[in-house]
Each structure stands twice: as structure tokens, then as C-alpha cells.
Design a protein. Structure first.
Length: 458
């Protein structure tokens, strides 16, 4: 998030200042301009919060160095002076880039916070402890700023949402909500569980899909190099002497000739589709369609679908407090699912039915078309008995157990399949090489040899 401080002037000459946050610089400037147009004020200056490097000294002590975020240099100088230090230098940091901390560090922060909250430790003390122990610089600085803002009485939800680029949108929302709710410990525990499951699922998905895809891609490049460069060097020797090539060798040589004659076409076919798909996946429409059709993949689609429902149910369980206040928990749980198609169907089908027509949760979920029969059956039972909150937790635990077991088996199956595929490719290459090795020139006195001899004489 980018934070801005703006100074504006009213029609009567009075100056006013304000701050706002935005995800991007462009969005921040647009927000400020809309605010100015709405209130009929003239923007005098806009300052972006940046990082400043300072050097200060107290009395005869050794000078200290540090960094501080502020809107301008004067703010840093004033803050240092108020602490009784003499300002030696304050300069704006040239490369103000902080990489997002690893997910593991975020999980550790939330999990330790949850455990300390269970021990009835004050949240300000928890933040102080974690600030001192956190190794990642980005996370450490973020926790410092959050702690300072909370001590000043800032709204916890707004404070955490300012740093959603560090924590992630869902995590920032949940941690901000926890401070305002009456069940802070429970929300932190649920968020930690969600992050752990999400991290574990992504790790398993990488094992199940990314590693095999990389293996197959590298194998493809190796085969391409062999067929396009190494193999022709041998096979074309026989062609020069007019020796008839065996079927597999001749076919492989034709492929090789095509690859060598059309290098740009081959490169385009190899590079353009993945790049185009990657670019398409970054658009809103692309994310929606990919998330929609990924649920229809054989075997893998079912596991992803059940994991999404598990996440939805776990978040819904944490936030749900009664049928009178079910809309907001459903919306947040849909956003936490991580699937754009699932989220869209909940927000644009299920929730409108509940608000406009008073449809029950089960019927609204069924109309969305993104819940399994098992999930709908359990929600229906929970709605009838008034235990829908506990039903959501039971369903989440059930799908967690099922998906963990099945994903483990699927990974093993994919690994066996990749090994078999590599073996088949290597066997085919071996057969082609072996067939090429059996090629022999025809014996002297044959028609072809005579023709070759006559050609040589001529």
C-alpha cells in the first residue's frame, strides 16, 4: 500500500491536510483528485510516505544510524530532535524497495501470536516480542509501524489493511478484525490454521504439477536438441552416399529437417503459448476463466474444488455468529477461497438471493452451483438443526482429511506417470539410435553402387 499526505486549499483560503492509502500510485492520485473535486478544494501539494536514512547523536555518545518512514525530511528531523538527539544527516532512501516476506514468516507470526494470546498476554507485548525476534526486515518494520499506530489509537482494521501487500488481503483483514472482535484468540488460531493449510496445499500442488511440468519441459528441450542437431549429423552421412534409410530413421530425419528449416516457427510455438497464457491469467477475465475450468480437470479439479470448500467453511465457521449476520462472513469466506470463479458465484448469485429474496443458506449455495452434493447436504442438515456453524467446521475437517490423503496418492501416481513417460521417450530415442547404427552401405556390384561409381567417374 502507498500512503499519501495532501495539502489543499478551500475557496476561502483556508488550508486543510489529510492522508489516504492506495494500492498503487495511480490509484492514490485518482483518489486525491476525486476528493478534491467532491469538496471543491484546490490541491496544493501531495507527498508520498517514503523511507529516510538518518544519522543522529546524543551528547558525546557514538552516533547512531537508522531509517524511518515519513512524508518529508522535516518530519524525521523533528522526531529525532524531540527524542533529544542532534541531527547529523537525513537523506531519502534511493531504492525504497522491500520484498514481500516469505509466507512461512507470516505463518510463524500469526501462529505465535495466537499461542501467546491463549496465554492471556497483552497484544502490545506480543508485538514487542515478535518485533525483537523477527529476522525478516520487511516484516519487522511493518510490525513496528503497526505497533506505533495502534498505540496512537488508530483503528486496527484500517491499520492492518494498509499493509495487505505484506500480509495478503485476507490475512490483513482477519488480523484487523480480530482486534475489534470479542474472540481475538479464536480468529488468530483460525487464521493460522488457514495459512498453514494454504501453504501446505500450495507445496503439494507444486509437487504434483510444477515439478513434473518442469521435468517434461526440460526433457522436451533435450529431445529437441538431439533430433534437431545431433541426430542429423549422423543420418545425413548415409543420405550423401545414397543409402536407403530405415523407416524410423527416415521419419526422424524429416522432423529434424522441419525443425532446422523453420526455427522461428518452432520457437514461436514453444514460447508464445505459455507467455500468452501467463499474460491472460493476469487479467480479471483470465483469472475467472482459468479458475472456472481448473475445477473441471479430471482428478485434480475435484481435489482443488474440495480444498476451496474446506477453506470457505473454515473461515465461515470463524466469523459466523448467527443467521441474522451471515452475509458478511459468507462474503469474506468467498474472498478467502482464492478462486475467482467460486468467489464470483457466491457474491453474485448466492448473496443476492439471500438479501433480495430471503433465500436460506442451503438454497442460495445450491443456486450458486459451486458446492458439492456432500457440502449441500451437510449445510441443509445444519440449517434445520440450527448448528450450521459447527457443521461448517465438521465439513472443513472432513474435506481436509480427504484431500490430504488423496493428494498424497495423486502425487505418487503423477511421479510414476512421469517416470514412465521419460522411460518411453528414452526407449524411442534408443530405438532410433539403434536402427541408425544398423544402416550399412550396399555391397559392391549392386545397382546403386554402380550408379554411385559412375557418378564419381563423371
Amino acid at each position: 500500500m502507498v500512503e499519501y499526505k495532501f495539502t489543499a486549499q478551500k475557496l476561502n483560503g483556508q488550508s486543510i491536510t489529510g492522508t489516504l492509502s492506495a494500492i498503487t500510485t495511480r490509484e492514490g492520485k485518482e483518489k486525491i483528485q476525486k476528493l478534491a473535486d467532491k469538496n471543491q478544494v484546490k490541491i496544493v501539494s501531495v507527498e508520498k510516505k517514503s523511507t529516510f536514512l538518518y544519522k543522529a547523536q546524543k551528547g558525546t555518545d557514538k552516533p547512531i544510524r537508522g531509517e524511518q518512514k515519513a512524508f518529508n525530511k522535516k518530519e524525521v528531523e523533528d522526531a529525532i530532535t524531540r527524542l533529544g538527539y542532534k541531527v547529523i544527516s537525513v537523506n531519502k532512501k534511493l531504492l525504497d524497495f522491500q520484498p514481500k516476506p516469505p509466507v512461512a514468516d507470516i505463518v510463524t507470526f500469526v501462529k505465535i501470536s495466537a499461542e501467546l494470546l491463549q496465554q492471556k498476554l497483552a497484544y502490545s507485548e506480543i508485538l514487542t516480542l515478535l518485533i525483537n525476534d523477527t529476522q525478516n526486515l520487511t516484516l519487522k518494520n511493518t510490525l513496528k509501524e503497526i505497533n506505533n499506530e495502534l498505540k496512537k489509537g488508530a483503528d486496527s482494521q484500517a491499520t492492518f489493511l494498509k499493509y495487505q501487500d505484506v500480509f495478503g488481503k485476507f490475512t490483513a483483514y482477519m488480523l484487523g478484525l480480530a482486534s475489534k472482535s470479542g474472540n481475538m484468540t479464536e480468529i488468530y488460531l483460525a487464521t493460522a490454521k488457514f495459512l498453514e493449510r494454504n501453504q501446505e496445499f500450495r507445496k503439494n500442488m507444486r509437487s504434483a504439477l510444477i515439478t513434473p511440468m518442469v521435468t517434461v519441459f526440460v526433457l522436451f528441450l533435450a529431445v529437441l536438441f538431439y533430433v534437431g542437431y545431433i541426430f542429423p549429423e549422423t543420418a545425413k552421412l548415409f543420405v550423401r552416399f545414397g543409402i536407403e534409410l530405415p523407416p524410423m530413421t527416415a521419419f526422424t530425419l524429416k522432423i529434424s529437417d522441419f525443425l532446422m528449416d523453420n526455427p522461428y516457427l518452432v520457437a514461436a510455438l514453444v514460447i508464445i503459448p505459455p507467455v500468452a497464457l501467463w499474460q491472460f491469467s493476469k487479467t480479471d477475465r483470465g483469472k475467472y476463466l482459468i479458475d472456472k475450468y481448473i475445477l473441471k480437470l479430471p482428478v485434480m479439479g475435484s481435489l482443488i474444488h474440495k480444498t476451496i470448500i474446506e477453506v470457505f467453511c473454515r473461515v465461515f465457521y470463524t466469523l459466523y455468529s448467527g443467521s441474522a449476520e451471515s452475509i458478511e462472513p459468507i462474503r469474506i469466506a468467498a474472498e478467502a477461497s482464492g478462486n475467482r470463479y467460486f468467489e464470483d458465484r457466491i457474491k453474485n448469485v448466492a448473496i443476492p438471493l439471500m438479501i433480495k429474496k430471503g433465500t436460506g443458506i442451503t438454497d442460495a449455495f445450491e443456486a450458486s452451483g459451486v458446492f458439492t452434493e456432500t457440502a449441500l447436504s451437510r449445510f441443509h442438515s445444519g440449517e434445520e438443526t440450527g448448528t450450521i456453524k459447527n457443521t461448517a467446521l465438521q465439513l472443513a475437517n472432513y474435506y481436509e482429511t480427504e484431500t490430504v490423503y488423496k493428494l498424497k496418492n495423486l502425487i505418487e501416481l503423477i511421479q510414476v506417470g512421469i517416470a514412465m513417460f521419460i522411460m518411453v521417450v528414452m526407449i524411442l530415442l534408443t530405438l532410433v539410435s539403434a536402427e541408425t547404427a544398423t544402416v550399412r552401405p550396399k555391397t559392391p556390384g549392386t545397382a546403386s553402387s554402380t550408379v554411385v561409381a559412375q557418378d564419381n567417374v563423371v
